[in-house]
Write a protein that binds this ligand. Sequence first.
Ligand SMILES: [Zn+2]
Length: 140
Amino acid sequence: MIKYNLKCDNKHEFESWFSESKEFDRLKNKNLIECIYCQSKKVDKSIMAPRIVNSKVKNKQKQVSDLEIKNFKKDLLKLRRFVENNFEYVEHNFAKKVREVYYDKKGKKNIYGTTTDEEKEELREEGIDLVNIPWVDKEN
Ligand SMILES: [Zn+2]
């Protein structure tokens, strides 16, 4: 999904979502894009789209569509299943276990579990980098 700021020949500006960048040109060629205010078909992509390209506002929350969220959740669920199938769950012993794995070079294995922020910080100082995985509910 891509969002464009659009502008008609009467200088009305509005936003619209397209499935991909080519979609805009395709619809425009078919005269299917019109201004939401005056129905003019002379609509173009506005060059003013600072909200998307300006890195200074990168941290501001971008508008995401429901579909994007749904797809994202689906990916996270896939990730969760992958971890569950391939990693050994060590529950709250994670910090201890991860050290065992880390310092015992022969016994590399995949584990997952939970840590406190404190434990994580300690591990980081020891050079053990952890990956945080957003854990999504299987329901919903
Ligand atoms: Zn207009």
